[in-house]
Design a binder for this molecule. Structure first.
Ligand code: NDP
Length: 347
């Protein structure tokens, strides 16, 4: 590997769950980091107190929707991790709140890379959402798949991620570019958080423990530890042969397995669902009940329940040589972290 001491990496949305781990790991490896945020430095003590931050981390303000906001910053950078994008399931206006920042933000960052004399590679944080929004019992998803079903009405967060990744690949067709792009497509990212906010994916586990899910449903999640997602970005940057998309997920767990695991590991006093509806009849009932949920949650339930999500993570394991943290360890780390941040009360 080339020397990292003079290399500078820009991490957009540095305040985020995944990005803060990327900043930490980059600092640990000796890189200089420019993290873009939306507030002033005093809002991010969990970044400014990271080891190496006082010497090698600079925070700079940039909003995804502001044209040119990244131009000057990226003249100093060799690599860019573009992670910033709203990750929210229920929004008032999907075009304004999800698609615009996701797509315009991606293009603004790529345009800034094009103007920069230094940027060599962009690592784009896309998502499983750009691969599919619906499990399929008869298909194993890979990097070759594209989500063609989401829309502003159906799973709009998924739509925003698909549109943003597509716009990025279209941008990369420009033959004049002096940089390439590698895309990471994580599944459900869980684990410890540097910042106080509760991430949407850790929230799935919290909601299960707080009794928000009255029953166990036929659904499975491809968990991946947030530390592994950050590491995957760094491996994608440091591996010259890395190319294309990388589906980034460890083992999947069904809701039945997750609830049993939490029970067996000291969390039996939480309001874990007791009624098992992980069957054909239960799925029918839960699909009807999904209409009583907020729109985003309701569509997610209807498109995900009753089918098994199957995926192939061999490309990332082979080409980036990542060894994933076992999903059960990530679940426990997520729960302990939510207790630490008081997103969950000890029981
Ligand atoms: P977070 O919500 O923790 O981070 C999102 C980041 O995007 C925050 O830093 C946020 O800034 C920033 N952001 C949002 N809107 C804007 C805007 N208009 N201008 C500038 N910054 C903005 O989410 P994650 O860390 O989980 O997600 C990071 C990336 O990973 C996203 O692209 C997400 O789609 C993707 N992803 C996440 C998965 C997961 O399970 N967590 C799974 C797959 C992909 P601020 O702090 O100011 O709000």
């Amino acid at each position: 590997m080339e020397s990292t001491d003079l290399k500078t990496v820009c991490v957009t949305g540095a305040s985020g769950f995944i990005a803060a781990h990327a900043v930490e790991q980059l600092l640990q490896k000796g890189y200089r980091v420019i993290g873009t945020v939306r507030g002033d430095d005093s809002k991010y003590p969990y970044l400014t107190s990271l080891e190496g931050a006082s010497e090698r981390l600079t925070l700079a303000q940039a909003d995804l929707l502001t044209e040119g906001a990244f131009d000057e910053l990226l003249t100093e950078c060799d690599y860019v991790f573009h992670t910033a994008s709203p990750y929210i399931i229920d929004v008032k206006d999907p075009q304004r709140d999800l698609v615009d920042p996701a797509v315009k933000g991606t293009i603004h960052v790529l345009e800034a890379c094009k103007k920069s004399p230094r940027v060599k590679r962009v690592i784009l944080t896309s998502s499983i959402a750009a691969i599919t929004d619906e499990p399929d019992n008869h298909h194993v998803f890979t990097e070759a798949d594209w989500n063609q079903k989401s829309s502003l009405d159906r799973n709009p967060y998924y739509y925003s991620k698909t549109q943003a990744e597509r716009a990025a690949w279209t941008f990369m067709e420009d033959s004049e570019l002096g940089f390439d792009m590698v895309v990471i497509n994580p599944f459900i990212v869980i684990g410890p958080s540097h910042g106080p906010s509760l991430n949407t994916s850790n929230q799935i586990i919290r909601d299960i423990m707080k009794g928000l899910y009255p029953t166990i449903m036929t659904v499975n999640w491809g968990f991946v530890d947030v530390r592994d997602v950050a590491k995957s970005h760094i491996l994608a940057m440091e591996t010259p042969e890395a190319s294309g998309r990388y589906l980034c997920a460890n083992q999947s767990m069904t809701m039945t397995e997750l609830v049993q695991f939490l029970k067996d590991n000291g969390y039996q006093n939480y309001r874990l669902p007791m009624i098992n509806m992980a069957n054909h009849f239960g799925t029918k009932v839960m699909k009807l009940l999904s209409y009583t949920q907020p729109k985003g949650v309701g569509t997610y339930m209807r498109t995900n329940m009753g089918k098994k999500m199957q995926y192939d993570n061999s490309k990332i394991k082979k080409e980036l040589s990542i060894e994933f943290i076992p999903a059960k360890d990530s679940v426990l780390a997520a729960v302990e972290d939510m207790l630490k941040w008081k997103h969950l009360k000890a029981r």
